[in-house]
Design a protein around this ligand. Sequence first.
Ligand SMILES: [Ca+2]
Ligand SMILES: [Ca+2]
Ligand SMILES: [Ca+2]
Length: 395
Amino acid sequence: MKVNKTLTALIASAGLGLSGHAFAAASYVPTTAAGTPINNQVTLGYTVNDVPQTLDSAVSFVVDNKVDLNVTAQDSNTVKITPNGPIASQYYVAEFVIRNDGNSNQGYKFAATDTAAGTVNSGPNVTDSSDTATTSNFKVYVDSASGTVGSFDAANDTEDFIDSLAPGVTATVFVVIDNSATVTGTLADGDIAVVNLSAITLADNASSSSDLALANNHTDTYDKDNVQVVFVDTDNNGSESDTTAFEVQTASFTDPSNPSNPAVLTVDAINDFICKGATVVAADNIDYSNGSGNVCPNTDVSNYLPKSIPGGQVQFTYAAKNTGSVATTDATFTETIGAEYAADSLANVTATINSVAIPNANIVIGGTDNKTVTITLGAISTNAEIDISFTAIIE
Ligand SMILES: [Ca+2]
Ligand SMILES: [Ca+2]
Ligand SMILES: [Ca+2]
């Protein structure tokens, strides 16, 4: 007896609590369920001495288990990640959908891996340039019928395997990076990690992600009375995969005149007691260095230019431009000058963003011997330039 195919599919679709969104994958064509008994009977009619005779012969067999599946990444844009992220209770999430294209309920387990450099991902079309860190970064969670169906919610989406997925039914699976294994801190803005998710077929009613992969019966002798397993998926291995891409998105502070170089801290000797003809104090703020246009006031020396001798005043300048792809929030600049500097000599702090001065209230000099300056810069938008300067006197 052959079971009505449409009815089988309806029963299968209704029987699973996992999500069943309308995804773009090719539509599933129902087929006869594994284990369905099929009976055949033939009749041989013949005549003996004008008397009709018949002989019936019957044979039955069961439909075997055709294993097939489809895995499709769902994100049309790269999943943005931040070096050293995420913080606790934040998650970087890529979404996949798995569909059982076979003719029997199956369990599934998963493996997420960071692919080698050069691996191409399509939709979004990007190429792997880096690794997020190691494969241990990735957790895999199956969307639960509890909580928010269709998106990752850590409280509910806790299973890392599917125990039973009916033919034609889809489940949403998330590849997640959480705070337990954060993204490598050295990654740069725009780095791409292409990540592969493989789904591996398990027997129906799987008990955990440690279950062994379903074995096939490809080389076994045909057994009409028992369901045998045949992998019909690509490469006939009971496993399918797809890739998605994580992209590093961060602020990047570089030399304003050359984004290939890091932010620049420079120093110049601007005054000393030879130049001034008297002891230099913290409040002195005239730059007598070469090119400043100012001439040392001490008439005992001519054409003297200040040096970094003890008692000399040096000026630091810091320049940085956000050439990254995102603005920062909460930027602060701090510097604590060392024991080689005189107490209370840190002074003349100026700070601008795009030539607009930071309010004095945001500039605090404190700490032991007032040797620490903290500047609250706040948000730094992309392409904004920070310029900071301050002076100190050498002990
Ligand atoms: Ca990689
Ligand atoms: Ca969910
Ligand atoms: Ca395969």
